[in-house]
Every structure is written in C-alpha cells, then in structure tokens.
Design a protein around this ligand. Structure first.
Ligand SMILES: [Zn+2]
Ligand SMILES: [Zn+2]
Length: 645
C-alpha cells in the first residue's frame, strides 16, 4: 500500500511532500529531538499546535517563538503543568483545577485544606526545578470522554471530572509529562526542560469559577522566562514598578485619596494633587486655544431621550449610572460628552465655510466599572476626559488628523514622554458589511488616516479589523520611564452619530451634506494621566509641574524675616514657594523636603543674610551653590518656563 503524501509549506517559503501523519517536528527539523531550544510550538494553517501533532492535510507551517504573545502564553501555560505536577508530588491530597497564562506570568488554582505557606512555595519551586531538569517529554493523549472521566475519578480530581462533564465532545485531550497527567486543550512546549527560569510570586484566594457561592481555592501566581537574565530583569522591573505605585506615592505626597463613604472609584483631589492637575489643565487649555479650538462647558446630566438618540442606551447602557427622575422626566449622568457638543454644533445652520468647528472641554463623565476592576487613579468611576469634537467636511479629515497628531506629540514631549507606538485601526476587509457608514466615506477616511501617518513619517502598526463599528481610528501608546506601555491619545472618526443626530452643513452646491465628526482625547482622562505621570516620574515632578517648587529654610530663628522676604520674592515671580521657619535642625528640614520631592531648597543662614544670597540645593543633589536672590529667582523661573528640572 503506497503512503499518501501531502504538501507542506515551510517557514522559509519552500514546499515539500511528506507522508500524511508526519509529526510537525519531523516536518520542520527532520528529527523530533532536533527541535531548537528557542522555538516554543508550531502553527499549522494558523492554528497553534504541539510539535508532536501529526500533519494530516496540505499545510503552511510556521514556528512560534517566545517573542510573540502566543509563544509567551504557551510557555507560561506549560509552566503551570510543571507547577501542578510539583504540587501533586509534594502534597498529594491537593486537587488540581485550572492554570492559565496571564500577562507576564501564570497562575494555577488548587483545592487544599491547609494554606500554602511561603516555605511551601519554595519547596514547590525546588520541585519544579527537578521536573525541569528531568526534561520529561510532553505527550498529548486523546481519550474518550468516559475513559478520561474514569481516570480522573480514580485520581479524586473532582474538578477535572466536572469540567469533562460539561464538554460536549466524544474525545478529550490530556497531556502527560512523566507520571503526571492533566486535562488540557494544549498546546505545550516540547518537553519540561524547555522551561528555563521560574519564580513563584504569591498565593491568593480565588473562588472556583470566580463565583463566591463556590469553594474558595488557593491561587499560586508565578512567572517564567527563557533565561535567568530575563527573569531577573522582569523581577527588577516589578520592584521598580512597586516603588512607583501611584497609590502609595499619592498618599505619601498627599496628592489624592479615595474614601469608601464617598464611593469607590471617585477621587478626592487634595491641594497638592489639585495643583498639579491645575497646571496640566492650564497647559492643555492654552495650547488648544492657540490651535483654533473653541472652549465649551456642558452639563453633567442629560435627558434619557438624548441618550436614546445617541444610541448609548443601546450599546453602552451597562456602563452608565442608573437614571434618576425629576418632574416626570428621566435623566442620566453622562458617560460621554459627545451629544452635548453635537447640540452646540446643531444650534445653528452651518455652512461649508464655517467648518471645521473644534469644540473642546475638560468634561467629567461617570461610568460604571465593576468594583473588582477599580484601581487607584487608573480605573475609576468618575473621570475627566480631555475631550474635543471636530466637525468637518470629508475633504478636511487629513488636515485635521495631522493637526491633532501634532498636538499629541507636543503634549507628550511637554510631559516628558519620548517613546510611543501608533496603532491604525481599520475595517476587517472580509466583513465590510458590519460597519456603519458608506463605502465611499470609509475609503476616504481610512486613506486619510494612513496617508497622514505616512506624510508625517510616523511608524505605525496597521490593525485590520480593529476599527470601531462607527469608524476607523488612530491610538497612541506611550512608553514610560521603565518601559511600560500606556494607552493615551485616541483619534476616532465617527460616521454613526452624524447619522443619528442628522448632522449636516450647507455645501457650495447649495445642498445639505453630512458632517464628519472626529472624537479625540490627547491625555485620555485627567485622573488616569495623572496616575501615569506620578509613576513615570516616581513622584518627583519636574519643576513646572511640582505642587511646591521651592522651599526656603532657615538655619536659626535669626533668619526668619529674611527667609520670609525671599519666599515672597519667589512668589512675586510666579514661583510656588513656601518658607520653613520651624525651629528644627537644617539637616532634618532638608531630609523632609527631599521626601516631599520639592525641586529647589533654598537654605539661609547668617552669612546669606549678610550678603543678600541664598544657598541653593536641587532635589537629589549633594552639593549646593551660593548665589544672589535675583539670580536664584531667574534660574528657577527659567527651568519652569523651559519645562525642565
Ligand atoms: Zn495545558
Ligand atoms: Zn466623543
């Protein structure tokens, strides 16, 4: 009997004929044991699979490496099997449940009476190293549903039995490494030795299936990397991030607070945080006025009917606060500012000559976010969007988008961000019908966005299928001081609201034409942006943003009047200055100012009084220089104006 052959296309583009059923590893590398150490798994016709998987039809085959997210997921998830194996070896009474990969790591939920202690984690980690050193090959087993149920019932793995019960398939896949077998869809790394560096991080409680009516399980978190060096880098970055946590710094620097009696996700801005916010907002507002935007203020609530027209009640209702009633009318707190700006636009008949109209507002909106997802300033229920809506003609899209991007980069540089990534989200070319708006306008808009990015010579990532159903968009992500990514600016074209509200303008031809609407935010939300800034600067704001920019400190009581005069002189020059006249040691006062991260410390003793000088000390610096008061004022003023320290 002659063996049937199939055609496989290899990563280098070449094609080969192989017998049907040849395992992927053999197709790619000749022998299974030749699988290169840095390749995690393979992809056959787009689907991620194990190296041992037989190829049964004509296929395009590629390699999955750690560099791509799918590779990281498979690698981390494979590590959870090693962890479960270690836990079962050390604590056989434990029942296993599920263990997914998460960003930068993994977890596995276990059911065990006694809590896992830090010492237990160390033992588990050591056991994992043994399993890794043993380099067990990972085998995929295909069992009938009954066979699998029987096996796990005998093992007293009730959770696995429950999971299999729910599967509506004749066969299920299990994976075996050494003596350990776990129910899983796969795929996994080729053998346990592929896992290089592991660290278990913590244990937390978690309900089975996230439901509080179910049993509480123990969730062990961990991370794994292809080298010890990468693991150490990651742990250091985590440590650095922990030191920059805006919730900790927010309390320490007295910037903001949250209070249960006010409500979760609702921020109280303390004077120092409020001052930074005021500076951010002033900079933002002035720049908009310079760039042809017009200021607007709109209410916090609007009639139910308005949200009906806008469509929010249809697709955004779960994120809105419940309606309230007054004089027989229902009102809702706004989750977005758009409908109000639309109403301002619609108040007059607009001609083509009036366009573009750019309305901007720092509009505070309220959105329902689930309690468990709230996080300091980064995820809140009351947020202030640095919002604007541009109403323009289709032929103006290009220029407007370019102007917005220019403003984005100006603001980014002002706040000390140098690195960014741009995503251009377009329609899914296969499913053009699921989008709102005419083919012609979409074509024009997508081209306008892309050509603008090209004209400005900006590198971007093209994300097909990522567009909103109502229009294409550009998103800008920032990289902060320790390389973390943050979504910041967004520029979204909208073909939906102009239809819903019947937005138009009088064109040159005397006909009404549909207006194009652009939603855009530069900072995202002020609350969140402030949180990012705190972490980016680790609380040490550059002088132009610092809530207190300079503090004058006396060495003894004899310099009180002089210190007062100096501080008034600074204030008169528009510098946020204060005087520390307390009867404390100067070293103590300096230490305190350093903790408060005040950029400039001006020390005055008898010598400074006699000569009309101050000793100027900069935050974080060991030495100080003596200079005349005028000179000192000019120097600080200059740093503020140039937005540097
Ligand atoms: Zn698995
Ligand atoms: Zn909007």
């Amino acid at each position: 009997m002659s063996e049937r052959e199939i055609t496989v296309k290899l990563p280098d583009g070449s094609e080969r004929r192989v017998p049907v059923g040849t395992p992927v590893a053999q197709v790619l590398y000749g022998l299974e044991r030749n699988v290169p150490p840095d390749v995690i798994a393979a992809r056959v016709n787009g689907q991620a699979v194990d190296f041992t998987r037989p190829v049964t039809e004509d296929a395009t085959i590629s390699e999955i490496r750690f560099e791509e997210p799918a590779g990281q997921d498979i690698y981390r998830h494979s590590t959870t099997h090693v962890m479960a194996q270690a836990v079962k070896a050390l604590f056989p009474e434990t029942k296993v449940t599920i263990g997914p990969a998460i960003e930068d790591g993994f977890y596995y939920d276990f059911d065990r009476e006694q809590p896992f202690t830090p010492e237990d984690l160390e033992r588990i980690e050591a056991k994992m190293r043994e399993i890794i050193a043993a380099d067990y090959p990972v085998h995929r087993l295909e069992w009938s549903k009954t066979e699998a149920q029987e096996f796990f019932r005998q093992q007293h793995e009730d959770y696995k039995v429950e999971l299999i019960d729910e599967l509506d398939v004749p066969t299920v896949s299990c994976y075996q490494q050494g003596p350990f077998i776990d129910l899983c869809l796969g795929p996994h790394v080729y053998s346990t030795g592929r896992i290089r560096a592991v660290k278990l991080l913590k244990v937390a409680g978690a309900y089975w299936r996230g439901d509080e009516r179910n049993r509480m399980l123990q969730r062990i978190y961990g991370t794994s990397w292809p080298s010890e060096e990468l693991l150490q880098q990651y742990l250091q970055k985590q440590e650095e991030a922990r030191k920059r946590d805006h919730r900790v710094l927010g309390r320490q620097l007295d910037l903001f607070s949250l209070d249960e009696s006010v409500g979760p996700g609702l921020i109280l801005w303390h004077p120092k945080g409020a001052m930074v916010r005021h500076v951010i907002e002033t900079c933002w507002r002035e720049e908009h006025l310079k760039r042809g935007y017009q200021l607007a203020y709109t209410p916090h609530v609007g009639r139910m009917q308005l949200w009906e027209t806008s469509g929010h009640l249809g697709w955004y209702k779960e994120n809105m606060f419940a309606p309230m009633e007054m004089e027989g009318q229902h009102y809702m707190v706004k989750p977005m500012n758009c409908p109000f700006h639309i109403k301002i636009y619609q108040d007059k008949l607009r001609s083509y000559r009036d366009l573009p109209i750019r309305l901007f507002e720092l509009g505070t909106v309220y959105r329902y976010e689930r309690g468990g997802t709230l996080h300091g300033l980064l995820r809140v229920r009351g947020l202030t969007q640095d919002d604007a809506h541009i109403f323009c003609r289709a032929d103006q899209i290009k220029d407007e988008v370019e102007r917005v991007l220019d403003l984005v980069f100006y603001m980014m540089r002002s706040f000390g961000f140098e690195e960014y990534q741009i995503d251009l989200s377009l329609r899914d070319p296969q499913e053009r019908t699921k989008y709102m708006g005419s083919e012609e306008v979409w074509e024009q808009a997508e081209r306008a966005l892309e050509e603008t990015l090209q004209r400005m010579d900006l590198p971007y990532h093209r994300a097909e299928g990522e567009a909103n159903f109502y229009g294409p968009k550009i998103d800008v992500k920032l990289l902060d001081a320790i390389g973390r990514e943050w979504q910041m600016s967004t520029i979204q074209l909208d073909f939906q609201l102009p239809e819903r509200f019947d937005l138009s303008y009088m064109a040159e031809d005397g006909q009404r034409h549909r207006t194009v609407m652009i939603h855009r935010a530069i900072l995202g939300a002020v609350e969140r942006f402030f949180g990012i800034l705190v972490e980016h600067y680790a609380g040490a704001f550059p002088v132009w943003l610092a809530p207190v920019q300079a503090r004058v400190m006396t060495i003894t009581d004899r310099q009180r009047d002089y210190a007062d005069r100096v501080s008034h002189q600074l204030q008169a020059a528009g510098i946020r200055a204060e005087a520390d006249l307390r009867n404390e040691k100067i070293s103590y006062k300096i230490r305190e100012a350093e903790t408060e991260k005040i950029p400039y410390m001006l020390v005055v003793g008898d010598r400074e009084v006699a000569s009309g000088h101050v000793s100027l000390r900069q935050r974080g610096a060991k030495d100080q220089s003596t200079l005349a008061v005028d000179e000192c004022v000019a120097r600080i003023r200059d740093a503020i104006d140039r937005k540097v320290l």
